[in-house]
Design a protein around this ligand. Sequence first.
Ligand code: CP3
Length: 349
Amino acid sequence: MSKLKNDLFLRACKGKKIQRTPVWMMRQAGRYLPEYRAVRSQSDFITMCKTPELAAEVTIQPIDLIGVDAAILFSDILVIPMAMGMELEMVESKGPVFHKPIRTEEDAKSLSEVDVDKSLRYVLDAVELTKKELDNRVPLIGFSGSPWTLLTYMVEGKGSKNFSEAKKMIYNNPKLAHKILKKITKGVTNYLNAKIEAGCNAVQIFDTWGGILSQSEFFEFSHEYITQIISGLKRKDEPVIVFAKGVYYKLKRQIKCGADVLGLDWTMDIGRVRTRLGDKVALQGNLDPTVLYAGHDTIAKKALAVLESYGKGSGHIFNLGHGILPDVPPENAKFLVDFVKEASVDFHK
Ligand code: CP3
């Protein structure tokens, strides 16, 4: 049994009985917190990722300041392309940039296999240190990008509107896309296994750009590789959460990937998804992140609507439908978390 003082999140992931709904927020370790910005003003983003003491510090900030029921390790999905030899630059107000994107067979050959112990030791050290400093207060979530979402950054070289380069690759040279996806999949599987071994209590796979694909391409280029990763995980009872933003269709086929929890974006009707899937998986989500710009009354009303839509019983992890935005007032985040903790009790009687 876990020695965690608060294991509501893990119990909800497995649909076990709980007294209230657990709550955490994607991107909770981030810029909306002045305390995060204070640490960030002293180091660049990649240095923070690579320095376990700093990563642990900002991971724990939302536990202390906002009161969430789970910690998510401060890091980035792009540590995987870095471990494959790509040089990442975080450009202020622009986001991540790879100056040498992967477009050709030659480029793909230059990608090395991910050696987790060598290239990503700093993440495992951050997990171990964070676990120590958390002292079992709440569970720690580890994460990775999905192979498809990682491929979009590796091929585009930066964020994108139309994803023209990634799409060119899947339609002009699907063999090459599959070859790279396979290599990423192997790396991500080893990476998540190492994170679990280092002490993560759950893992989440972010498929932020799954929704830009048409349905058959989603299953071919994204879902297939998520499925392979999950089947390759060596875990005791650590739950796996899959968040595929914008992928609102074929839910029964989606959960065949083996996820314990399906993360939903805010465009979905969580109650209808629950009706459709029954108790086969738990659901995570899905308040529109921009509701946190509103006043407390509106936040309470909209959060209650999510709780009501899901309805009574376990299997719901309250979250936003995507990451918290950098200019949200921290007191609104705190209000939301306090509200969910209190208002959700009625849904577990
Ligand atoms: O959830 C958490 O609090 C844990 C930390 C976390 C970060 N990135 C920290 C971060 C997580 C889980 C991520 C995942 C991530 N990174 C995703 C998938 C999740 C999602 O939101 O869709 C993606 C697509 C990335 C890639 C990435 N990293 C982008 C596009 C950017 C720049 C844009 C932005 O949001 O700032 C980043 C930078 C980044 N990752 C920051 C943080 C706190 C901001 C960096 C800074 O402090 O300047």
